[in-house]
Ligand binder design. Structure first.
Ligand code: AHR
Length: 325
């Protein structure tokens, strides 16, 4: 163990002792200033274009800077992601970028990294704020404002829905921050407009086939539904198949609304099958690595760093299609 790492561990241990004695809460461990770093990126899964775009952005940026990237894919399992983070700790990475699959199960791994003197930056998904805090347990969160994404979809529907008012909601992975926040943002706006109602809301786990299956079941149970709001493109594309299998026309009989803004979904907007999509920007690399450098330089890092998101509907989808990931 080098001297710096040993002194960080000592500082971390002293912080824990101070906490036990009722003293100040230890800050997130510092990052030594160096020319290059060995950093971890603990990805949650790789089953959709959004995740692939995010991973590619991180890998490109590491290559550009000559940093070593220890990459893991938890394949949709929070338990594996905890093991992945623990393995990164054992490998002595300088910093961990973590996209926590769900809000609660990754907390022990975040705390283990802190206790090992390794700073963690949360990418894209966040954790339960009552269990872990920016600046203390992790450095910061970088990602989209998921509540706002849900609000933007709902506001588009209120302004453009006309006679389309009975909504089926396809939720993302249960317990994940995008599912929780996209639901809150959307449902709160709908609740203020009583002519609209959510007739059913169920998880499709952010996956295309699960989204299709859930949409099929809910369309049978609610034949009067005329809007499907999906928390991501994959489920929206699955829902289009379900609508067509039910003998209905997406975009005419049933409006489909989505979040993510991958090329296939933006093409579906151009084709009239999806009515509107809020982008969830997956291009994390430059901002993630810049933030790590700023942290090593001792700059003050905000608690949240929010990515800007595009919006696509029939007014701009054709023009912007080539810019979608
Ligand atoms: O956390 C972001 C969400 O996770 C994206 O909307 C989804 O496609 C991904 O799996």
């Amino acid at each position: 163990m080098n001297i710096t790492r040993r002194s960080i561990l000592l500082a971390s241990a002293l912080g824990i002792a101070a906490m036990a004695a009722g003293g100040a809460i230890a800050a997130s461990p510092p990052l030594e200033k160096k020319e290059t770093y060995k950093v971890g990126f603990a990805q949650t899964e790789s089953n959709n274009p959004w995740r692939l775009a995010q991973t590619a952005s991180m890998q490109e940026e590491a290559k550009k800077r000559g940093w070593q990237l220890v990459y893991t894919d938890a394949a949709g399992s929070a338990a594996k992601q905890v093991a992945d983070v623990n393995s990164m700790i054992a490998q002595g990475v300088d910093l961990i970028f973590l996209a926590p699959r769900e809000e609660k199960p990754l907390i022990p791994a975040i705390k283990a990294a802190k206790n090992a003197g390794i700073p963690v930056i949360l990418l894209d998904r966040s954790v339960d704020p009552s269990l872990a805090k920016p600046g203390e347990d992790y450095v910061t969160f970088i990602g989209s404002n998921f509540v706002e994404e849900g609000q933007r979809v709902a506001e588009w529907l209120i302004a453009n829905g006309k006679d389309k008012t009975k909504i089926i909601e396809l939720e993302g992975t249960t317990g994940s921050s995008p599912a929780n926040d996209r639901k809150k943002g959307f449902d709160d706006v709908v609740a203020k407009n009583p002519q609209f109602s959510i007739v059913a809301s169920q998880s499709g786990d952010f996956a295309r086939d699960k989204g299709r299956q859930v949409a099929e079941t809910l369309l049978q149970a609610h034949p009067d539904a005329n809007v499907i709001y999906a928390h991501n493109d994959e489920m929206a594309i699955g829902a289009i198949s379900a609508i067509e299998a039910a003998g209905k026309v997406p975009g005419k009989d049933i409006l489909v609304l989505s979040i993510d803004g991958g090329k296939e979904a933006v093409q579906a907007v151009v084709d009239g099958k999806i009515a509107a999509v809020v982008e969830c920007n997956p291009r994390f690399g430059p901002k993630a690595f810049d933030t790590a450098v700023a942290y090593a330089n001792g700059e003050t890092i905000p608690e949240k760093i929010i990515n800007p998101d595009q919006f696509y509907d029939d007014k701009n989808a054709k023009e912007l299609l080539s810019t979608a990931y």
